[in-house]
Design a protein around this ligand. Structure first.
Ligand code: BT5
Length: 263
């Protein structure tokens, strides 16, 4: 068994603030809910909530996130960025890029991102990011960024009918992967990337380079609409710029992308 505990995670930390306040739970409803609760109670920036099992893990639009106990990295980080609500997608970019970096550094596996919040490998979903904002009026109080990453699970253990086929690091590599060093590297890179962004080094260009979505003919399902076109670019706030068949460039802030293939 690939054990995680607060003590083990603390011993692995190589950060100044990310993960320094840490809550490890054998089981919880959703780490995002627990992180929001702690942030509302004054938990500092960088607070990490991590669980071995979630009984109410969530994706976007209240979809379910499913993971057998001990199989995954299921975690949430609290940030208090100096950002407008429209800029908060930058945190999704930073966490996505940090996941790609950490997997590459720890396992050598090259993985990619899919707009807006997926971590993918060979067109299958390896993980997902759930970014939630707490606002007072127009001001961001705090942001919780949740990550679910399939580490040691057989995709066949997940139910049929997922949004896209699932995969895991163990399935891709043909061996199990220790979660602790992967977590330590991920937290270190998140901190580096977060500090770099706060110093003005915006993540969207690097993020765009990692997105499998760009350059493809896509169908994008947004709330209440479906549009088709070619995914041309993303902007600094993470919106997808889709060239419609009539030549117009449409800016899509949120949605689910089906990759249709070459333009
Ligand atoms: C996501 O949503 O991909 C964001 C998932 C974030 C989960 C983490 S776990 C820690 C933290 N605490 C939480 O409660 N959540 C975060 P979305 O793009 O809406 O995709 C959700 C869809 O992915 C589901 O409807 C399923 O089809 C599929 N799915 C569920 N579990 C999966 C898994 N383990 N691997 C691959 N796909 C999965």
């Amino acid at each position: 068994m690939d054990t995680l505990s607060a003590e083990l995670i603390q011993s692995e930390l190589d950060t100044s603030f990310v993960g320094r306040d840490l809550c490890f739970l054998a089981e919880t409803g959703s780490t995002n809910d627990e992180a929001s609760r702690l942030a509302r109670a004054g938990a500092p920036e960088g607070t990490l909530v991590i669980a071995d099992h979630q009984t109410a893990g969530r994706g976007r639009l209240d979809r379910q996130w499913l993971a057998p106990a001990g199989s995954s990295l299921l975690l949430s980080l609290v940030f208090c960025p100096n950002l407008a609500p429209t800029q908060v997608q930058r945190l999704t970019m930073i966490v996505g890029l940090a996941v790609v970096d950490a997997i590459g550094l720890e396992t050598g596996l090259a993985v990619a991102l899919k707009w807006p919040n997926d971590i993918v490998c060979r067109q299958a979903k390896l993980g997902g990011i759930l970014t939630e904002i707490a606002l007072t009026g127009d001001a961001v109080d705090f942001v919780v960024v949740g990550l679910g990453l399939n580490v040691n699970l057989d995709p066949a253990e997940l139910p049929a009918g997922l949004l896209m086929p699932a995969t895991s690091l163990s399935f891709e590599l043909g061996r199990s992967v220790a979660r602790l060093p992967l977590l330590g590297t991920f937290l270190r890179v998140v901190e580096q990337r977060y500090l770099a962004a706060a110093a003005g080094h915006l993540p969207h260009q690097e993020w765009a380079e990692r997105l499998v979505t760009l350059g493809h003919a896509v169908t994008v399902a947004t709330v209440g609409d479906v549009l088709t076109g070619v995914a041309e670019a993303v902007d600094a706030e993470g919106a997808l710029l889709v060239r419609r068949p009539d030549g117009r460039l449409e800016r899509v802030v949120a949605g689910d992308v089906l990759l249709d293939g070459p333009p």
